[in-house]
Design a protein around this ligand. Structure first.
Ligand SMILES: [Zn+2]
Length: 334
């Protein structure tokens, strides 16, 4: 077997949005440009055979913790900035459904309670996006969420700095957020809008039968289009960004390999605060710290415990599907 190295082209400190080109560098043959993309299912194979590592992916891909910086940089030119954080949407599912996006590496455990803060705050001691935008003049703010702020830590974290009146809680459907915008006098020049939207995650953990991913993704696309339509009725100066907290690894797409031994019940791809006795071979997973907490996370296609029949999708580990999410952007319609 010939050993090959795939090097994702280093883009330097100010990378362009196009990172799809890679260098394919077979030993002792002239270097040839590889024009395919590593942002597809082959990434799991390239990593498991050791051609590239997750560190390589992290250092050559825009990271989730940098999305706030991108949005802050993009901000001052337009009157409305909107950020939609989609729960559980992989780059794979978005692009397989025919839509375009920039691949983003989730540089934290691929869990809801890590991905959301990683988007709005970046580094765990970072400054919330809403403060950074405030400093750039976005003093009018509204946040829309499924969770009541008072009874949810994650919601507290997301809406730090928003006044009580600026958080519209208990949204039952994204349509409620849209209706709010359509029926309230919300628009001022330099407004920041922040939304949470449940993506395919809603069918990952409690559904028998295999979900139809395309229709889940189409639903997200339709909601984002409705948002664009609604904002464009007020102003033609806006930018909408959507990014996911993490992707989902589906059973329809994966031959999972359950680890033997007895593992804590309920864990699948990640183990939060594992005891010292919990360890896996280097080729199976790794332990790392994030925000002061330790996580043992598995590589593709390993799983601590087998899935239940009503559990078609999982996340928490390292895989192309969980770790690469889309950054979707809409500018004004003109
Ligand atoms: Zn999630």
């Amino acid at each position: 077997m010939i050993e090959t190295d795939v090097i994702i082209r280093d883009q330097g400190p100010k990378p362009s949005f196009d990172r799809s080109l890679t260098l394919y560098n077979p030993p002792s043959i002239e270097q040839v440009e590889y024009t395919g993309t590593v942002y597809d299912r082959s990434l799991n194979r390239l990593i498991s055979e050791g051609s590239i590592s997750w560190d390589d992916v992290e250092s050559t891909t825009t990271c989730q913790s940098e999305v706030g910086d991108l949005i802050t940089e993009a901000a001052s030119g337009v009157d409305v900035i909107a950020l939609v954080i989609v729960d559980g949407l992989s780059y794979q599912d978005w692009t397989d459904s025919g839509y375009e996006a920039e691949p983003i590496y989730v540089d934290c455990p691929t869990r809801t309670d890590c991905g959301y803060p990683n988007v709005v705050r970046g580094a765990s001691n970072g400054k919330h996006l809403q403060y950074r935008l405030f400093n750039k003049g976005y003093k009018t703010r509204k946040a829309f969420t499924y969770w009541e702020r008072k009874d949810n830590d994650l919601s507290d974290e997301l809406h730090d700095g928003f006044s009580k009146n600026d958080v519209i809680g208990n949204i039952q459907d994204f349509g409620d957020s849209i209706s709010y915008l359509q029926t309230h006098d919300w628009y001022r020049p330099k407004t920041y809008l922040q939304f949470t939207l449940t993506g395919p995650e809603r069918v990952a953990h409690r559904m028998k039968e295999d979900p139809v991913i395309q229709s889940e993704v189409d639903a997200v696309h339709q909601k984002l289009s409705d948002l664009r339509e609604t904002i464009s009725k007020e102003t033609d100066s806006f930018r909408i960004f959507a990014v996911a907290d993490h992707g989902i690894l589906w059973r329809m797409d994966t031959d999972f390999e359950a680890l033997d031994e007895k593992w804590k019940q309920g864990i699948r791809r990640d183990y939060e605060d594992p005891p010292a006795s919990a360890s896996v071979p280097e080729s199976v997973g790794e332990t790392s710290f994030w925000a002061g907490q330790q996580y043992l996370r598995l590589y593709h296609p390993y799983i601590f415990n087998n899935l239940r029949s009503n559990e078609p999708g999982v996340h928490g580990g390292f895989s192309y599907q969980e770790s690469i999410v889309p950054l979707i952007e809409y500018e004004d319609l003109k």
